[in-house]
Ligand binder design. Structure first.
Ligand code: GUN
Length: 298
């Protein structure tokens, strides 16, 4: 039987509605909205699109936002100075520096300048460390979205075999840690894993985040598995110039074997910004002090 399609657009909408409701509650309690600052350096077109969507999403949910569009010639000192000002800005509870940065900038130093209390991307080593040892921390948005999608299937994660294909700091590693925190038995694979199809075929939950178009065909899928495809690979353009996107999973084959599967587009993609709004909301509650929030900070 063909798999159920996990509708990322609908689930992202549900997350946004939850956050919008919380924003209202926060404003009633504190008299000001949560605030997010987004910094973009240079004019990478894809990054500009992402930053524009983040700003629009903040507006739609009642979150205050500031955008810092800095020229590609921005120096390390200027960028660090902008972040330090935002660390001290009481209206701002979350700071996001859009990646990638131009080559002359030191990404590590930039990310480590963000106050961990405002690190809504969860990229600061302090956030990563706290998360791994089970302390309160921000977790990167895409893996948070992956976890929410799995939970929405209603399938219990505890005790299941999960395989994550991809070991990036932004997706693969934190996705694996989240699954582990939810009591799955987790294997992390990558491009040099031997016998990759066989390892993936063991997975009750398979997360593909390797960035190779349609690499995981039907031979990688265990019957009845939950398959989450994080890949967004452009494989061409339509005559109208629209991007043709495919995931890391060969959808048509996998959907005949899996129990649940995310499409590309319309699966993980819409979740990332929704979870950024979620993290910004949590940052505001935490910085305003405990109480009334119903988030994980208590
Ligand atoms: N560039 C691509 N994805 C992301 C993300 O999740 N956060 C940031 N800051 N930059 C990105």
């Amino acid at each position: 039987m063909a798999a159920s399609i996990i509708d990322g657009r609908a689930i992202a909408k549900k997350v946004r509605a939850e956050v919008a409701e919380e924003v209202e509650r926060f404003k009633k309690v504190h008299g000001y909205p949560p605030g997010l600052a987004v910094i973009i350096v240079g004019d990478d077109p894809a990054s500009r699109v992402y930053v524009g969507s983040k700003k629009r999403m903040c507006e739609a949910l009642g979150i205050y936002s500031e955008e810092y569009a800095l020229p590609a010639s921005t120096t390390q000192e200027e960028l660090i100075g902008t972040i330090r000002n935002l660390n001290n800005n009481k209206k701002i509870h979350g700071i996001l520096v859009q990646l990638p940065l131009p080559d002359h900038l030191d990404e590590g130093e930039v990310l480590e300048t963000i106050d961990p209390r405002k690190d809504v991307d969860g990229f600061h080593p302090i956030s990563v460390g706290n998360f791994v040892v089970g302390k309160e921390a921000f977790v990167p948005c895409t893996p948070l979205g992956v976890l929410r999608l799995i939970k929405e299937t209603g399938i219990e994660i505890k005790g299941k075999k999960a395989v994550v294909v991809g070991r990036s700091n932004i997706v693969g590693k934190p996705a694996a840690m989240l699954l582990l925190a939810n009591h799955a038995t987790v294997t992390i694979c990558h491009s040099r894993t031997e016998g990759l199809p066989g390892v993936c075929r063991e997975a009750d939950i398979l997360v593909a985040a390797i960035g190779r178009p349609e690499m995981l065909d039907g031979s990688y899928i265990k019957p009845g598995a939950v398959v989450i495809d994080v890949g967004v690979n452009e494989v061409g353009r339509t005559e109208e110039g629209k991007r043709i996107l495919v995931g890391d999973v060969k959808f048509d084959e996998a959907k005949e074997i899996a129990s649940h599967i995310t499409p590309v587009p319309g699966g993980v993609g819409p979740m990332t910004i929704a979870m950024l709004m979620r993290n910004t909301m949590d940052a505001a509650w935490r910085q305003a002090g405990k109480g009334g929030c119903g988030c994980s900070c208590k």
